[in-house]
Design a protein around this ligand. Structure first.
Ligand SMILES: [Ca+2]
Ligand SMILES: [Ca+2]
Ligand SMILES: [Ca+2]
Ligand SMILES: [Ca+2]
Length: 465
């Protein structure tokens, strides 16, 4: 992968590629005998066990160099299904973001894949998102693009879906002529191609569009306030500058970051009801914290949680070691800041605590925090925290120097999947058993997982979902 650290430190990742026109389809081969049993799980191949998706956005496919691929790991067999775009173009970045979610009502999980470097209608790196239906569905994949594709917008940088809603980030899209201020698109899972745009210029959204805010760098959906029955949208804008008030003028705390919450976002099609937090209002904000870099949503009983990563925030006594801020809400109480997690004196500047976050539900909610630059030689690690008893924590470290274990995290049934995209060779990942604590390494060509047919894996594990 081209300098991974640059992703953390740079506002935008340049990637240039000349690409042919891109037809509107993708394909997946999955077993046709679907036996999906859960309307909530992540069973994509239809064998009754939850699966996980691993993105390799710079994989060379048989059709185009560096066009990207996604491996859906079968939770039952340990094998996998490779998903690529039907007409991949060089440098698309297919698999930059991935999410298994339910987009139709057949009980099999479906796959959302971001390809934020896809050229669209001649506009370079405008970005696209693919919806691919699981369980051997005969339903054609759907390719989503912004209603007005813009060069370098990177539509599909982030994707999420919950209940009837899908949200897609385009953090490098211009907003009202302001470069890289960012935007988020919303669609109904049953009407994917009808996209609605929201940004800091949308009526009722707290905050102002300034150059390089990156609104939409991360997106999540959940129950965070307003009408308890209506989903709320959480947006990370980690390159927001916090100067306390009004429109920023390039002063204040550069790239300290922020999050925005748009309440009842499907219901409020016009003016939004929203709230915004800078880290200053909770602990302390400093330039470069990147608060809002990662987001995760989870529920336990009547309480819902939003975890927000600030991978260059000051984790306790150690400057720039990173932190995660937990928020909570319930059916009767709007989202409010709760605990702050970090590694205290164990942290090291530049560890990147909070670079990625994920919740795993069932049998006590747990939060997984990726720390991809931790350890000697930047091996990386994941911190597992029991939300109801934060003293119960566990640290799982990667297996080799420089592999960036914890670059991405996601939960799938009773397993956690952790990406290590710089593992020697073609990148890797690990499955962490929730109950037995087992750590099972996975990589293309290892064990049951097939190699990329006719291509080459590059950064397997750059995204998981
Ligand atoms: Ca399965
Ligand atoms: Ca489905
Ligand atoms: Ca702003
Ligand atoms: Ca709500």
């Amino acid at each position: 992968m081209r300098s991974l650290l640059s992703l953390l430190l740079a506002a935008a990742l340049p990637l240039t590629a000349s690409a042919p026109p891109f037809p509107a389809s993708a394909h997946a081969s999955a077993p046709s005998s679907a036996a999906c049993t859960s309307a909530e799980g992540s069973d994509f191949d239809g064998d009754g066990v939850d699966d996980s998706a691993v993105g390799d956005p710079f994989a060379d496919t048989v059709r185009a160099e560096s066009s990207g691929a996604v491996h859906v790991l079968s939770g039952r067999s340990g094998g996998g299904t490779v998903v690529t775009a039907a007409e991949p173009a060089a440098g698309d970045g297919f698999g930059w973001s991935v999410q298994l979610a339910h987009l139709d009502d057949d009980r099999c999980a479906d796959l959302l894949v971001g390809a934020p470097y896809a050229d669209v209608q001649g506009r370079e790196d405008a970005g696209a998102v693919y919806a691919i239906y699981g369980g051997g569905s005969q339903r054609e994949p759907v390719r989503l693009i912004a209603p007005e594709p813009e060069a370098d917008a990177h539509f599909g940088w982030s994707v999420t879906a919950r209940g009837p809603l899908v949200a897609i980030g385009a953090p490098h899209e211009n907003d009202g002529g302001v470069a890289d201020a960012g935007a988020v698109y919303l669609a109904g899972a049953d009407a994917l191609t009808t996209l609605r745009r929201v940004s800091q210029n949308t009526d009722g959204v707290t905050g102002n569009a300034e150059v390089g805010d990156m609104f939409g760098w991360a997106v999540e959906l959940g129950k965070l306030g307003g009408d308890a029955g209506e989903l709320d949208l959480a947006i990370g804008l980690p390159y927001e500058n916090d100067d306390g008030l009004g429109v920023q003028v390039g002063e204040g705390k550069l790239d300290s970051g922020a999050i925005g919450i748009l309440f009842d976002v499907a219901e409020n099609t016009g003016k939004q009801v929203s709230k915004k937090w800078d880290l200053r209002e909770i602990t302390e904000a400093e330039a470069g914290d990147r608060f809002g870099y990662s987001l995760a949503y989870g529920e336990e009983g009547d309480t819902s949680y939003l975890a927000v990563g600030a991978p260059l925030g000051d984790g306790g006594p150690v400057k720039n070691s990173g932190l995660v801020q937990l928020f909570q809400a319930s059916s009767t109480a709007e989202i409010t800041p709760a605990a702050t997690f970090h590694r205290d004196r164990e942290g090291v500047a530049g560890d990147g605590y909070g670079y990625a976050v994920a919740f795993s539900e069932g049998g006590g909610l747990r939060l997984a925090v990726g720390i991809p630059f931790a350890g000697s030689g930047r091996t990386g690690a994941v911190n597992l925290i029991t939300v109801g008893d934060p003293d119960q924590t566990r640290l799982v470290t990667g297996e080799s120097a420089g592999e960036r274990f914890g670059w991405s995290v996601a939960s799938a049934g009773n397993k956690l999947v952790v990406g290590a995209p710089d593992r020697e060779g073609s990148g890797g990942a690990a499955l962490l058993g929730r109950n037995d604590g087992a750590v099972t390494p996975v990589a293309p060509g290892a064990g049951q997982l097939p190699v990329l047919d006719g291509g080459a894996s590059v950064d397997f594990g750059a995204a998981v979902g």
